[in-house]
Design a binder for this molecule. Sequence first.
Ligand code: ATP
Ligand code: MG
Length: 362
Amino acid sequence: MSSYSIAVLPGDGIGPEITDAAEIVLKRLVASNQGLALDLTRYEAGASHYRATGVTLPPDVVTACVAADAVLLAAIGLPDVRNPNGTEVQPEMMVGLRRALDVQSAPRPVKLYPGVRSPLADVGAGIDMVIVRENLEGLFASFGGGAVVGDQVATDTIVITRAGTEKACRYAFELARRRNGRPRDGRRRVTCVDKANVFRCFAFFREVFFDVAKQYPDIEADALYVDAVSLYLVQEPDAYDVLVMENQFGDILSDLGAGLVGGLGMAPSAEIGDHHALFQPSHGSAPTIAGQNIANPIAMILSAAMMLDWLGERHDDPLALGASKQIEAAVAGVLARGDCRTRDLGGAASTTDFAEAVAAAL
Ligand code: ATP
Ligand code: MG
């Protein structure tokens, strides 16, 4: 019996709608997989919760997330809900949760599914890569510590540690081993993305990357500057397999990646540590389309699939691994059929319609 407790944080904006959609899929999955049990418990946190209670992330929710087998989070933050100092409440909550769960590596798959249009005219052999974002340091280490000096100069500090960089790089190489290589020719490749020619901290990141690469002689390792990669990802997206980079670069390039494969609604993500993991779509709470049942739930549903994959690997559980593959295949099948798509993909289906189509395909 594979039984997992999942802390579910629906959050703000479209969060509750896409959470409902993911639950429709997960419940059907459990119904059709004898022996798989998911105990999904919802918790309130985020901007709406802050508006109601003055607290963004209650301590008992953090405790529940740490105690759960995995955390599934939809979307946090609303632009008009701010701290007394004027900043949005979302970064504070996410940084707090990440630090509590100690989740160092953030894989963000960028995959073009048949039936989804890419804005690129020529995608070559296809797009199927994973951006691994270092998740706890880099420029985000400065969070809460930046300074404005004399109302004239503002500073933030970037921090790269050997330990943190090693974890993210090792994760990237291990991931490459589990994948099928880049679309172009099946070659396994991990690319370090940095700005090593200008900044000491990125030269160090690259140095640590190549130290880790020595332990993976079966995988091609190379390094490119972030500006060049922004060009190449558009020109030849089929040349990439796994890319690993500092936090802020990962934040930016994963949005670019989402843009190549149908938009933010297609972009799942995970945040993975030695003991805990959190799964959430790459997108935010999209308040302008909230409450209308029109959001694309795919990023959320595929994040749930990544969660089952991680649980399956961690607990050596073929049932969970298989369930993850079933979800992805069902999503791909519905997209390829072409008769059920949300508005962002050019269709007219509702959030619920799409979730039910995926459940039916299961
Ligand atoms: P964050 O600061 O949390 O990254 P953001 O300001 O980048 O959030 P999002 O909430 O991610 O913004 O949304 C940006 C736009 O992308 C939305 O206005 C919406 O049009 C679109 N979008 C995002 N997610 C979805 C989705 N699941 N389905 C459809 N459209 C989406
Ligand atoms: Mg964003």
